[in-house]
Design a protein around this ligand. Structure first.
Ligand code: NAD
Length: 350
């Protein structure tokens, strides 16, 4: 057994918490600070943030943690086992490589990297480092996704025909990332998870209305090797806030509406049935207009579940649901969609 594997086993057997630092405590990182500060099995020991005001704000949420101004200080600290990177996307790949090289576990916010080459370098480095590598594909950790997993497993959705997702609002305009790279990882990771495979053809169209060259509105199409398809609409320039994914299956149709405060999942017993016998072509398919069911789903905050999964994977030595390979698959789709965007919508093969 290698020393790092032995260290993992010892950590798993001991009741000592995983010592975590959160790097980047801006708009999103403070949520990680809050979540890890409250998480059983983890000890938030530091926040890493160059901006003094942002660092102080984060420390206000985690008074037991210490403040550091640079990632290098955290990498050199022997009392930090794992780093959460909620820094600007342009820094993710380089910082995640540095965390692995320092022998620490890493949780990197989406998008994991901004190019396929960088994402592949992370897969290779994670294999050598033998540390836990998790990507912040939050929606895959949503309790509604567990319910959908169950429905796919027990056959109640039937064969998934197609999926479409809408992630739009009048929201935070970014200048370094377009709506594809900012919002797309959420829906792409959910769709890859639901289909259990990666698309082989991707096309995208979009436009930058507010800033030239930074698309505010993007429409993405994914074609899968077995003929199934998915469509994603992404925008921060829209009158309504929508966070919806619709799954059309052979037995049921399902709508996951994450913007709804309570009724996040609707199951439509609707579709077409094929009667065993028919005499006329018009009878070949009969419409089924069944009930609409709104099941009770776990209301635990997805971010808390995601952070707990990271700690669990470190202590058990298991591969995260959103590990580095899944991160690479999502980056491949994003990169193909970006190529298509740049080419005015031409489809690209993966
Ligand atoms: N999972 C989600 O739902 C979700 C939501 C929003 C943002 N995000 C992701 O979180 C990441 C951060 O986004 P944001 O909106 O919080 O951006 P932000 O600009 O508000 O925050 C980034 C922070 O990182 C700090 N920073 C810059 N360089 C640093 C360094 N070298 N070391 C440590 N800190 C550094 C900045 O000072 C800033 O405070 C992005 O990757 C974004 O896509 C995820």
């Amino acid at each position: 057994m290698t020393p790092s594997a032995l260290a993992d086993v010892q950590q798993a057997r001991s009741a000592t918490p995983v010592r975590v630092a959160v790097a980047g405590t801006g708009y999103w990182g403070v949520n990680h600070v809050r979540a890890f500060a409250a998480l059983k099995g983890a000890q938030l020991v530091a926040v890493v943030e160059p901006n003094e005001a942002a660092r102080q704000k984060a420390l206000g949420l985690a008074p037991a943690a210490r403040g550091l101004a640079t990632l290098e200080e955290a990498l050199a600290a022997p009392d930090i086992d794992a780093l959460v990177l909620a820094t600007p996307a342009v820094l993710h790949a380089q910082q995640a490589l540095a965390v692995l090289a320092a022998g620490k576990h890493v949780f990197v916010e989406k998008p994991m990297a901004l190019s396929i080459a960088d994402a592949e370098a992370l897969v290779a480095a994670a294999a050598v480092a033998k540390r836990t590598f998790m990507v912040g594909h939050l929606m895959v950790h949503h309790p509604v996704m567990r319910k959908l997993d169950e429905m796919i497993r027990d056959g109640s959705i039937g064969e998934i025909y197609y999926v479409y997702a809408t992630r739009v609002n009048l929201g935070r305009v970014r200048k370094d990332e377009n709506a594809l790279w900012s919002f797309g990882p959420h829906d792409i990771s959910m769709i890859l998870h639901l289909f259990g495979m990666v698309p082989d053809r991707v096309s995208a169209q979009g436009h930058g209305y507010l800033q030239k060259g930074v698309q505010d509105v993007v429409f993405v199409n994914l074609d899968f090797p077995d003929g199934r398809m998915a469509h994603i609409q992404l925008s921060w320039l829209d009158p309504r806030k929508e966070r919806r994914i619709t799954i059309v299956g052979s037995r049921r149709m399902v709508e996951f509406d994450d913007a709804h405060p309570t009724e996040k999942l609707r199951i439509y017993d609707k579709g077409y049935d094929r009667p065993p016998e028919f005499t006329e072509f018009a009878q070949y398919l009969t419409i089924r207009q069944g009930d609409i069911h709104i099941p009770r789903v776990d209301t635990t905050e997805p971010l808390g579940l995601e952070c707990r999964h990271f700690i669990q994977c470190i202590t058990d030595g298991t591969e995260p649901l959103t590990g580095v390979r899944e991160g690479l698959a999502v980056v491949r789709v994003l990169a193909a969609a970006q190529r298509s965007l740049d080419a005015g919508g031409t489809p690209f093969l993966l």
